[in-house]
Write a protein that binds this ligand. Structure first.
Ligand code: AMP
Ligand code: ZN
Length: 155
């Protein structure tokens, strides 16, 4: 996957890793509601969620798009995202979930650090436009705790 094409992806959010919002979360310069981490990945609640439990799963190593990752890294990221999705769906009692993974400005990528959105959906959301929600700090803390507990209970 890495450098196997001459095509480029335009991204207005491009910039050096020291200014990257998600790198700041990875190294603790910015607070976040972390639900999972291992040596190479971190998952935290989206600050502006489409639904309660909306989580972002990222590689810790900075890369802007999927094209900056090799196949093993892509596999690892989606393995973690799949595991996190089980905890998210169980934790918030959702009926399904979406993975969204944006690459480039044209795809609405706003943060230029690879991430997979895990968005839990309820039956009542079916076919409906899902707007961004505003959850209180307490609701976010409670949601993160519920997801961490669900992850701990995964077999
Ligand atoms: P994308 O459009 O795929 O680049 O999505 C970036 C996501 O990052 C958006 O859904 C934002 O709400 C989310 N986001 C931006 N800053 C933060 C932050 N500091 N903590 C958590 N989520 C964030
Ligand atoms: Zn970064």
């Amino acid at each position: 996957m890495k450098s196997s094409t001459n095509a480029t992806i335009r991204n207005s959010a491009s910039g050096p890793p020291q200014y990257c919002v998600f790198c700041k979360i990875v190294d603790g310069r910015l607070p976040s509601y972390v639900v999972y981490q291992d040596e190479s990945h971190i998952a935290f609640l989206d600050i502006n969620p489409f639904s309660k439990g909306h989580t972002l799963v990222c590689p810790k190593r900075h890369g802007e798009t999927m094209w900056d990752m090799d196949e093993a890294e892509i596999g690892g990221l989606f393995r973690v995202a799949a595991k996190v999705s089980r905890a998210v769906v169980t934790g918030v009692h959702a009926d399904g979930f979406r993975f969204i993974q944006n690459n480039g400005e044209a795809a609405n990528q706003v943060v230029a650090h690879v991430h997979v959105h895990v968005i839990p959906v309820m039956f009542e959301d079916k076919g409906r436009f899902m707007g961004r929600k505003s959850l209180s700090n307490e609701e976010m803390m409670e949601t993160a705790q519920i997801i961490r507990a669900a992850l701990a209970n995964l077999v």
